[in-house]
Design a protein around this ligand. Structure first.
Ligand SMILES: Cc1cc2nc3c(=O)[nH]c(=O)nc-3n(C[C@H](O)[C@H](O)[C@H](O)COP(=O)(O)OP(=O)(O)OC[C@H]3O[C@@H](n4cnc5c(N)ncnc54)[C@H](O)[C@@H]3O)c2cc1C
Length: 417
């Protein structure tokens, strides 16, 4: 793991100014105060206050992240009551940050992280200020070989403990005796099991594998009423040449950020001024491309499939737009340098990757879809069925998903002991 400093560069596009303003986020407190002061001097002092308050919030929230929630009984506990003063359920994330930062650009630097959950900071519960806090408290790291190397390392560890992992063998059915799950079926064979842990996208997996009658809280009809996250448009590029001097992570914030997010939330087609992210990891990690070559990926949050966007026409338009906007960030001549490219649209997430509505961050993290109100790790009503992944507690995003695996593992150990 390589620690990144600066952690990322945020570029605020400003149609009124010829030179966009940027902020290089760093966990070095004094340096970060200087960075904030460059944009808004009066906001610099808010940084330490933000860190102190969110340290206490994180401490109060930790046990919630690490425990299963199976009903109100788990909500009305002393540790949850300790969390109450930090919850501010009436405040969205951006409004909460007004307590610390006046300048909307500074607030954006501390709330764009809600997009890791696929949510707008103008709608996301204020509790999620802990996301940016965690970055400054513990740092931002790049795993050599990319995020997949973390999963590979876990798989190797599991194998060393005797786990057999069958790849390229999709589950095609789940088997039941009355309401108990008894195993799964693949193209190769039937597997009998004392317990089945489902990691597939929740809405897709549950609708495909579990009969409607066995899941009264999560029927097909009820799922249509639930809120789902946004999706992403991805450009994965293999390029001739490298981009030395440009940040590992660059986040470009559109000049009308709030409007851009409102479009996404209200299921509109992407506009002309998207916010997006570029990963330029080759500067940190030479394993990702041959010498003299590099990889980039561009991610633009877009509406999920409820927008009904025609991606056959929108994908080429967005590709052109993103490449032009990337040039303005210093990633020049991309069209001439591309040797490999893959585009993923919400349609591809849905069909190639089996994600309901192409909602890459799963069920939205609104308060009525959190804690015991989210599909539970020990799935209710179906003995033997457990969940892990973004569709269960605590929620979406890699660190949290690993936590869901830990919670589910503990439940399995209790139940199978
Ligand atoms: C472009 C993008 C960028 C992101 N960036 C970040 C980030 O910076 N930070 C962060 O914290 N989070 C990020 N996320 C979110 C995070 O990556 C996801 O929330 C997380 O990977 C989802 O994990 P999961 O276990 O729920 O699902 P997945 O990782 O999708 O795992 C589900 C697995 O189930 C398999 N599967 C599905 N159906 C079947 C079947 N029938 N049989 C067998 N296997 C099946 C799939 O192949 C897949 O491997 C990002 C997500 C996307 C899409």
């Amino acid at each position: 793991m390589t620690r990144l400093d600066p952690q990322y560069r945020i570029v605020f596009d400003d149609t009124h100014s010829s030179r966009p303003v940027h902020l290089d986020a760093t966990a070095d407190i004094a340096k970060m105060e200087e960075e904030i002061a460059r944009i808004s001097p009066e906001d610099a002092l808010g940084f330490r206050r933000f860190m102190e308050e969110n340290r206490a919030k994180m401490q109060a929230f930790k046990s919630t992240m690490e425990s299963p929630f199976s009903g109100w009984g788990d909500v009305l506990t002393p540790s949850m009551l300790g969390l109450l003063p930090h919850l501010n359920p009436h405040l969205d994330l951006d409004s909460y940050l007004k307590r610390f930062f006046k300048d909307p650009r500074v607030r954006t630097a501390f709330c764009f992280q809600s997009k890791y959950l696929g949510m707008s900071p103008f709608r996301c519960p204020s509790l999620f200020s802990i996301l940016s806090f965690l970055e400054y408290e513990y740092g931002v790291f790049h795993p050599t070989g990319g995020c997949a190397s973390v999963t590979t390392a876990l798989a190797n560890l599991a194998r060393s403990l005797g786990v057999e992992i069958c790849l390229n063998e999709a589950v095609t059915g789940m088997n039941f005796e009355k309401s108990r799950v008894t195993g799964v079926t693949t193209a190769q064979k039937h597997y009998r099991a004392d317990a089945v842990v489902m990691n597939a996208d929740f809405a897709r997996g549950i609708q495909r594998f579990v009969p409607n009658a066995l899941r009264p809280r999560w029927t097909d009809e009820k799922l249509t009423q639930k809120k789902f996250s946004c999706s992403t448009l991805m450009l994965y590029l293999g390029l001739d040449g490298t981009f030395p001097g440009l940040s590992h992570h660059t986040i470009r914030i559109a000049s009308n950020y709030e409007e851009n997010l409102r479009e996404i939330d209200s299921h509109q087609d992407p506009g002309m001024d998207p916010s997006f992210y570029i990963q330029n990891a080759c500067n940190t990690d030479s394993t990702l491309a041959p010498p003299g070559k590099s990889t980039l990926y561009l991610l633009a949050p877009v509406s999920n499939q409820l927008a009904g966007t025609d991606w056959k026409t929108e994908a080429p338009r967005m590709r052109k737009l993103l490449l032009e906007k990337a040039a303005a960030l210093g990633f020049e001549d991309l069209p001439q340098r591309i040797e490999f490219e893959k585009i993923l649209t919400p349609d591809d997430w849905e069909t190639e990757h089996e994600i309901h509505l192409g909602a890459t961050f799963n069920l939205a993290h609104t308060l009525p879809q959190m804690l015991h109100l989210r599909p539970q790790n020990r799935f209710q009503g179906i003995p033997g069925l457990y969940l892990t992944g973004g569709g269960t507690h605590p929620g979406s995003g890699l660190p949290v998903i690993f936590e869901s695996a830990r919670i589910t593992t503990r439940l399995l150990l209790e139940d199978l002991a």
